[in-house]
Design a protein around this ligand. Structure first.
Ligand code: NAP
Ligand code: ZN
Length: 350
């Protein structure tokens, strides 16, 4: 079945309108008419081949929400008309230790990404959510319980939401904990909302003075402009946990030095170029850690969606047409988005 999509033919080419093929649903498949798709910085890294291994044509998009339009004969959890989501993964081996624990993102045999992953379907790699329809194994489909009118603002939860929720939970963020969120972009603004809802004392770090007031509205108790050395020094040795969402290479010492003894700086940003090597003295004298975290498993993604529905949490979005995507990427590179672009997929038909 041919559907309309938006994607790139090469790293140095803009995204353009494309026609792509979607498979007919197999017994365990759910076919989804996509309503909205969020725009993640990972889409931009991949389209521009900033990480090795982009396959073209590249149709990005892994913050997908829509409506079920068909189900296979063995599908039991979903029915036509259900409101559902798809995040960063569409398959995994299902028999390794990680999959057995519901941590499919750490599948020992490699999960299949929603885009740029290997598949039997044409053209041999997966094509993502900047498209009208997707067909996904039921195990990778999420249930959405937010009110219908919030659907577009729910889309970014499928990546930005889970990528911040998972480490916040893993490192036991909650009341009595002082938590930093670095970079107020798509991920960072969700990190602020979620850490606030979990009851932590939240400090937002930004390079953009213009985001100071917003950061407070998003739930930050304090805001620090990270270029201000004095403001940074005032927080030395005081954090239990800092989540770094920055999409570009930068000095990590500025943040490890703000951790308490045994504190952790968790990196989720995946910049094109490596960070300068951190000062290991800062780590050793204080038993501090630098860690990383990758999205979240399917059970935890459902838990996050339910947590957000219960607490009334959605993303702050700017809705765009698909043909604005190249401008949107330019603005994302300038940190000029408040705080997530979401494509109205109906614009693909127009
Ligand atoms: P984004 O919306 O572009 O936000 C990144 C933010 O980082 C910017 O808004 C800006 O915030 C800050 N920033 C940008 N350039 C900077 C620089 N040179 N120095 C300091 N701060 C800078 O991106 P995103 O969609 O949130 O994604 C962030 C990163 O996470 C990307 O690398 C993405 O690929 C990665 N990611 C990882 C995972 C995972 O599972 N680990 C999942 C999704 C995405 P301020 O204006 O506040 O400074
Ligand atoms: Zn993403």
């Amino acid at each position: 079945m041919s559907v309309k999509a938006y994607g790139a033919h090469a790293a140095d080419q803009p995204l353009v309108a494309l026609d792509i093929q979607r498979r007919t649903p197999g017994p365990r498949d759910v076919q989804i008419e996509i309503a909205y798709c969020g725009v993640c910085h990972s889409d931009l890294h991949t389209v521009k081949s900033e990480w090795a291994g982009t396959r073209y044509p590249c149709v990005p998009g892994h913050e997908i929400v829509g409506t079920v339009s068909a189900v296979g004969s063995d599908v039991n959890g979903f029915a036509v008309g259900d409101t559902v989501g798809v995040g960063c993964m569409v398959d995994s081996c299902q028999h390794c230790a990680a999959c057995a624990e519901g941590l499919e993102q750490y599948c020992e045999n490699g999960f299949t990404g929603t885009y740029n992953g290997r598949t039997q379907d044409p053209p041999g790699h997966t094509l993502g959510g900047y498209s009208q329809r997707i067909t996904v194994d039921q195990r990778f489909v999420l249930r959405i319980n937010h009110p219908k009118e919030q659907l577009a603002a729910v889309a970014p939860l499928l990546c930005a939401g889970i990528t911040t929720y998972s480490p916040l939970r893993h490192w036991n963020v909650g009341p009595g904990k002082k938590v930093g969120i670095v970079g107020i972009g798509g991920l960072g603004h969700m990190g602020i909302k979620l850490a606030h809802a979990m009851g932590a004392h939240v400090v937002a770090f930004t390079t953009s003075e213009s985001k100071r007031q917003d950061a407070h509205s998003l739930g930050a108790d304090e805001v620090v402009v990270s270029r201000d050395a004095n403001a940074m020094a005032a927080h030395a040795g005081s954090f239990d946990f800092i989540l770094d969402t920055v999409a570009a290479s930068h000095q990590l010492d500025a943040f490890t030095s703000l951790l308490k003894r045994d504190g952790t700086l968790c990196l989720v940003g995946v910049p094109e170029h490596p960070h300068p090597s951190p000062n290991i003295g800062v780590l050793i004298f204080g038993r501090r850690s630098i860690a990383g975290s990758l999205i979240g498993g399917i059970p935890e993604t459902q838990e996050m969606l339910d947590f957000c529905a219960k607490h009334g949490i959605v993303s702050d979005i700017e809705m765009i047409r698909a043909d604005y995507i190249n401008d949107a990427y330019e603005r994302m590179l300038r940190s000029d988005v408040k705080y997530r672009f979401v494509i109205d997929i109906a614009s693909l038909a127009a």
